[in-house]
Design a binder for this molecule. Structure first.
Ligand code: FDA
Length: 507
């Protein structure tokens, strides 16, 4: 409408009065589309993002630019979406998933990626535009002997992953990324800079550590507690086909992996009827081989299956594989690029009671159709079971055996065709009786819009509608507390998207 487009122009004028023009790109710039797609990791999301592009992309180089973008947005009724690493499984950091949705701008934090490590205190401040690979590299080079528990994949953004929790191979020993946040700085829904948790207050500081990105404000930096890692850690990998006993091994793994020593994490990737056991042990080869031979003899682990390396090398090796041997570890820094593979759709579950062998056999043989399906099983237990379910918003703690991530990959013919091939949907439905219930749990960082999208009622997102997925991500009590905090810090619901936390209604 006329009013809207005049708002949009006023918004752009407001930005140009407050932010250097080279930091604001509009669709007329030749650099706009390359920047828009620069951190998209999923071919399924490219066409929807470029077909309905943001009004502009702001690439702040300091906090005042972020504040200005929020203030201009509020003044002229243009919403902003914030992007750190761009890995959101539904692309909500850079695209509107609502047909004919309202105009929006993107704040892309990629230029704010400094990492300041304090080796004596074992802490680091990391700006949210950094990737986890960059964080790992800066920690290990400034403070050998220290590390941080975060993603397996080093291209993930620190802004999104820590906002939603952060699971990885050190979580059994040290918890989620968000469990290790000591402080933070952020820009709130009024464009104010809140430089630390004291300025935020306990509620808001609780909400941003696991309550999901894009809900409460724009986090500029996290202060992290770094964790000790030994000089050498061990990578261990064993593959089993069904003929080699994969089904029995996974059946046993379900209760074994969560009960192993905290410094040993064994995850499983199941693909093409094969189970790939991958592990991180915070210690040497001979110890982990002995542990695995006594606790999990079915895998037949030998010292030939394991490799010792530094923790930093490990973070690169698990992603690049043997290719890292011919690359410098600085490869961890160079990971914001458009290398688009297949179309991808993800879902998640939590398992609290082990599945039977017969059930696993059906899962292994579930028909793939035209795509290919992958299950990634991440063991809980360890410290994850000892942290209470309301310490931070992430609720999946003591009773959980493991997390399942379903990943379906396919080649899309019609670009942007938002088709979900049938492996993931049918398997997810089949799994209903075997996974957590009332509510069926899901991990907010494996965002899945199939669970539902927000509805605007009375100018704000509807709490009742949002409960459907919100209680699955956060549990009923945590979700209600998040909504209450949202009402306190952003009552008019400025920061919102298709699955944002709505303000709790007053009555
Ligand atoms: P992106 O920039 O898309 O942001 C995600 C959400 O957070 C959006 O809603 C966005 O608006 C918001 N946001 C971003 N920056 C913010 C900020 N500074 N302040 C407030 N809100 C902000 N997860 C995991 O726990 N362990 C893992 O090992 C992996 N591995 C993995 C691999 C790959 C290839 C993908 C695609 C994803 C994962 N994930 C994961 C999931 C990942 O944690 C999740 O997608 C994160 O939200 C991604 O964070 P980014 O900053 O990259 O995303």
């Amino acid at each position: 409408s006329l009013a809207l487009s005049s708002n949009n122009n006023d918004f752009l004028r407001c930005l140009s009065a407050n932010i250097p023009s080279q930091l604001v790109l509009t669709p007329s710039s030749p650099s706009f589309t390359p920047l828009l797609v620069s951190s998209i990791r999923n071919a399924r999301l490219v066409a929807p993002a470029t077909a309905n592009p943001p009004l502009c992309i702001v690439t702040p180089t300091n906090a005042s630019h972020v504040q200005a973008a929020v203030r201009c947005g509020r003044r002229h009724s243009v919403r902003v979406r914030v992007r750190s690493g761009g890995h959101d499984n539904e692309g909500l950091s850079y695209r509107s998933a609502t047909p004919n949705g309202e105009a929006f701008a993107v704040i892309d934090l990629a230029k704010l990626h400094a990492v300041h490590v304090n080796p004596h205190e074992a802490t680091a401040w990391v700006e949210t535009g950094a990737t986890t690979g960059e964080l790992y590299y800066r920690i290990a080079t400034a403070a050998p002997g220290l590390g941080f528990p975060a993603s397996v994949c080093p291209t993930v953004g620190v802004g999104g992953i820590i906002s939603g929790g952060g699971i990885g191979l050190m979580m059994r020993k040290y918890g989620l990324s968000a469990d290790n946040v000591l402080d933070a700085s952020m820009v709130d829904a009024n464009g104010n800079l809140l430089p630390n948790k004291k300025a935020m207050g306990d509620d808001l500081f609780w909400a941003i550590r696991g309550g999901g990105g894009g809900n409460f404000g724009i986090v500029l930096a996290w202060k992290l507690r770094l964790v000790p890692v030994p000089p050498k850690v061990t990578f261990l990998k064993v593959a089993k086909t069904m003929d080699q006993g994969a089904v029995d091994a996974v059946t046993k793994w379900q209760t074994l992996a969560p009960a192993l020593p905290d410094d040993l994490s064994v995850r499983v990737v199941i693909q093409k009827s094969q189970a790939n056991f991958q592990s991180l042990y915070l210690g040497n080869c001979s110890t982990v081989v002995a542990t695995m031979r006594s606790r999990f003899p079915e895998l037949g682990v030998t010292s030939a299956d394991c490799k010792e390396m530094s923790w930093l090398q490990y973070t690169a090796y698990i992603y690049f594989g043997d290719a890292i041997n011919s690359k410098p570890l600085e490869a961890l820094l160079l990971n914001r690029s458009t290398t688009l593979g297949p179309f991808v759709k993800n879902k998640s579950d939590y398992v609290k009671k082990a599945l039977t062998k017969e059930t696993w056999k059906k899962i292994f043989l579930w028909p793939n159709g035209a795509g290919s399906g992958q299950l990634i099983l991440e063991p809980h237990g360890g410290i994850m079971g000892r942290i209470s379910a309301n310490k931070i918003p992430f609720p999946h703690r003591s009773s959980v055996l493991y997390n399942i991530q379903y990943v379906e990959l396919w080649k899309g013919k019609e670009a942007g065709g938002d088709i979900t091939p049938n492996w993931i949907g049918s398997l997810y439905e089949f799994m209903t009786p075997y996974v957590s219930k009332n509510p069926r749990g899901a991990y907010v960082n494996y965002r899945d819009l199939d669970m539902g999208v927000n509805k605007v009622v009375g100018g704000v997102m509807c709490y009742e509608t949002a409960k459907v997925w919100g209680e699955r991500y956060f549990g009923p009590a945590n979700f209600k507390r998040l909504a209450k905090i949202k009402r306190k810090v952003d009552a008019s619901d400025y920061f919102r998207n298709e699955q944002s936390v709505p303000p709790l209604p007053l009555k």
